[in-house]
Design a binder for this molecule. Structure first.
Ligand code: ADP
Ligand code: MG
Length: 276
């Protein structure tokens, strides 16, 4: 795959290598008839008989109401959970065959409140995985600066701050930078912009959409917001009560004849009296 990065754009360099052929030819992620059930809850799984695959470089949005099973699917990808039945194949291997640490080094994870360590600086938070990988200080510092620029934060101004000295939007930017630190081929994002005010949220959605296109990562993005899904997705999967009920392109999705799809599209209709 070739990434067309315009010269002069901020900082995509040596650490953002294009992934090549072997990975591009097979899906990055495959769910093969996956059910996840909690012990003792016999009747019905939290997710049931889930089948889908995510092509390398695609942004798949998992859409659904609260409690529909979105977070559970993400955790099955990075092996925070293992299937009760079926298999999740990541980069050609079932998650249960992967060493969990190696698996997770290849998967960036961004969650709603960013999950930054409060007593660490921004730079230390971003350098978490590079330091586990024993990068030297110079390489780590260069990478931290590169990533801060990439997510729109001036390195000199922000690298030494602590999370409480940032706005919510800035914390999410740092969360994205941290997830990208060792250039993982896969990014999982669990309602990353959900807690932000609407203006900041729209700003981060636009920027992230552009960034995602530039980086060519395989992204699984969870949201309950159809607008966000339509903006970011190459494909949308709608979940209801732990089952897939729609799997479509953003163009096709709003036209699907299903009550749950229509419940979501109804939210897009402008309110009476809204600006023309
Ligand atoms: N550890 C758990 N114990 C009991 N119920 C759980 C647990 N984890 C998830 N659930 C239930 O499973 C369903 C799906 O959860 P989740 O995947 O977090 O949904 P979503 O992310 O779409 O809001 C919810 O009804 C939730 O309450
Ligand atoms: Mg969730």
């Amino acid at each position: 795959m070739h990434y067309d990065v315009p010269s002069g754009e901020r900082g995509v360099s040596i650490e953002m290598n294009a992934k090549t052929t072997a990975e591009d030819s097979e899906p990055a992620i495959q769910f093969q008839n996956v059910t996840y059930r909690l012990d003792g809850i016999v009747r019905r799984g939290i997710v049931n008989d889930i089948r889908f695959s995510v092509a390398s470089g695609q942004t798949l949005v998992l859409l659904g109401r609260s409690g529909s099973g979105k977070t559970t699917l993400l955790k099955l990808i990075n092996r925070l959970l293992v299937p009760t039945a079926g298999q999740v194949i990541v980069r050609g291997r079932p998650t249960t065959d992967w060493d969990p640490i190696r698996l997770r080094r290849g998967i960036g994870y961004v969650i709603q409140d960013a999950g930054l360590f409060p007593h660490f600086t921004v730079a230390q938070n971003i350098a978490l995985v590079p330091s586990l990988e024993k990068w030297d200080a110079a390489r780590t510092a260069a990478r931290v600066s590169e990533l801060l620029s990439l997510v729109g934060l001036e390195p000199a101004q922000y690298r030494s701050r602590r999370p409480h000295e940032l706005s919510g939007g800035q914390r999410q930017r740092v969360g994205v930078a941290r997830a990208l630190a060792v250039d993982p081929p896969i990014l999982l994002m669990d309602e990353p912009f959900g807690a932000l005010d609407p203006v900041t949220r729209a700003e981060l959605q636009r920027e992230f959409s552009a960034l995602a296109r530039r980086l060519g990562k395989t992204i699984v993005f969870v949201t309950h917001d159809l607008r966000e899904a339509l903006l970011l997705a190459s494909r949308i999967i709608l979940l209801e009560n732990g089952r897939i009920i729609a799997d479509a392109s953003p163009q096709e999705f709003p036209r699907i004849d299903h009550p749950e799809v229509q419940a979501f599209t109804a939210c897009l209709t402008p309110l009476p009296g809204a600006l023309a």
